[in-house]
Design a protein around this ligand. Structure first.
Ligand code: ITT
Ligand code: NA
Length: 184
């Protein structure tokens, strides 16, 4: 089976392939932009995007809306993570966090799968914001996020290591489990 992943982000596609290809699901990237509405939750953004795509794309697909939630910043950048990444970048986040003691943060992913109906899968990972960027793997905020219980940032891990514990890996795991049950 082939499944479309609607995303502009090829790092996400790499991670999804690791989970879904062993199930015999070939993931192909489709770069159709969709409106990311201003909403309070990733779920709302993902659901709106999926319904918008479903009007235009006539095969089963999934998309992923993710965000980095920093406790000391009251959850910022959260649902605004893509915009903040493009504007402030990781340097900007480190600057906002300069001198801040509480460095707790989490990543969250919501995967929305559309097969005529909407199905959503979530994952979260807790960790902390480093004081400098470390590592060159991964993408996005990976160089400044160190998951709880690890000495390395996501950018210092292989895709496989990151996937095993990450927000997206957990959402993908739930998605893969559901597909195994429901694609029979
Ligand atoms: P889409 O086309 O799939 O929406 P995007 O990169 O805009 O791609 P999101 O809106 O879901 O994706 O992501 C919000 C921001 O958070 C964006 O800047 C990403 O680079 C970043 N991000 C998402 N997942 C991440 C991860 O696993 N590690 C580091 N940064 C991540
Ligand atoms: Na996005």
């Amino acid at each position: 089976m082939r499944l479309a992943f609607i995303t502009s982000n090829s790092g996400k596609v790499m991670e999804a392939r690791e989970y879904l290809e062993p199930l015999g699901i070939e993931v192909y990237q489709v770069k159709i932009g969709y409106p990311e509405i201003q909403a309070d939750t990733l779920e709302e953004v993902a659901e709106y995007g999926a319904r918008w795509i479903a009007e235009r794309f006539k095969e089963p697909f999934f998309l992923d809306d993710s965000g980095l939630f920093i406790e000391a910043l009251n959850g910022f950048p959260g649902v605004y993570s893509a915009y903040v990444y493009r504007t402030l970048g990781i340097r900007g986040i480190l600057k906002l966090m300069r001198g801040v003691e509480n460095r707790e943060a989490y990543f969250k992913s919501v995967i929305a799968y559309w097969d005529g109906e909407l199905h959503t899968f979530e994952g979260r990972v807790d960790g902390e914001i480093t004081t400098e960027p470390l590592g060159s793997g991964g993408f996005g905020f990976d160089p400044i996020f160190r998951p709880e219980g690890f000495e390395k940032t996501f950018a210092e891990m292989t895709t496989e290591e990151k996937n095993r514990i990450s927000h997206r890996g957990r959402a993908l795991k739930a998605f893969a489990t559901w597909l195994k049950e429901n694609l029979k």
